[in-house]
Ligand binder design. Structure first.
Ligand code: C5J
Length: 220
């Protein structure tokens, strides 16, 4: 068990119980021409974390530790996409519409795939999730229980939406979570900073936060 420097205090990482969860590093959120960009967002900051997320993935893979990937996506018939989600706001493109990378956030569409640099390796579990949190309407709890995982290192996009929601869900289920601060990003820098503050406030009310190098140092 290694202690790694983190906010709000050191995190004792246990290689026997830890897994990496990479949230929604999908083409539709990260690449120019995708859903996120079509909503007017600058995707450059999200693209910029790809090498850091890859370093985290490679570190876990090299240590033989479990890695889980998530994708926010829906069934082709949209039966798992509530109208309240699909109709929110007034976007030019909605979930399920034909976009530049296939149907927006529909399982199997090119835009719903994970960016090639971070593609899951054979044998790595990919969780397709219809909600923001990775535990809602998925089998993630069962998958983690099978491996006796109690600690989650969390990375991916976007910090204040699917990443933070997943950490809150995990926290309520008894997991200790640590956010890799340079392997997560938001379209809104202030929201990323605020999310990290919210997660780590009050003695780590949701969890811990630390840069990738510190986390990888704990796997040695
Ligand atoms: C959003 C996500 N922001 N993966 N999805 O809709 O954070």
């Amino acid at each position: 068990m290694a202690r790694i420097p983190a906010q709000p205090f050191d995190f004792a990482i246990d290689p026997a119980q830890v897994a990496l969860v990479v949230i929604d590093m999908q083409r539709d959120f990260v690449e120019p021409g995708g859903f996120g960009a079509s909503l007017g967002n600058d995707v450059a900051p999200l693209q910029a974390i790809i090498p850091t997320v890859r370093r985290l993935l490679d570190g876990f893979r090299a240590a033989g530790l479990p890695v889980y990937h998530t994708r926010e996506c829906h069934r082709a018939d949209l039966s798992d996409c509530p109208p309240s989600k699909r109709l929110r706001g007034d976007p030019a493109l909605r979930i399920g519409d034909d976009g530049p990378m296939g149907r927006i956030l529909i399982a199997g569409a090119p835009g719903a795939e994970i960016v090639p640099e971070l593609a899951p390796l054979p044998g790595e579990v990919v969780i397709d999730k219809p909600g923001k949190g990775a535990f809602y309407a998925t089998g993630l709890s069962e998958v983690l229980a099978t491996r006796k995982i109690r600690q989650l290192v969390v990375a991916g996009v976007t910090t204040e939406v699917c990443v933070q929601t997943t950490m809150r869900e995990a926290n309520d289920r008894g997991f200790d979570c640590i956010l890799a601060t340079d392997a997560t990003e938001s379209y809104f820098p202030a929201f990323k900073a605020a999310a990290i503050d919210m997660i780590t406030a009050q003695g780590g009310i949701v969890g811990w936060a630390a840069p990738t190098d510190a986390i990888l140092g704990g796997l040695d």
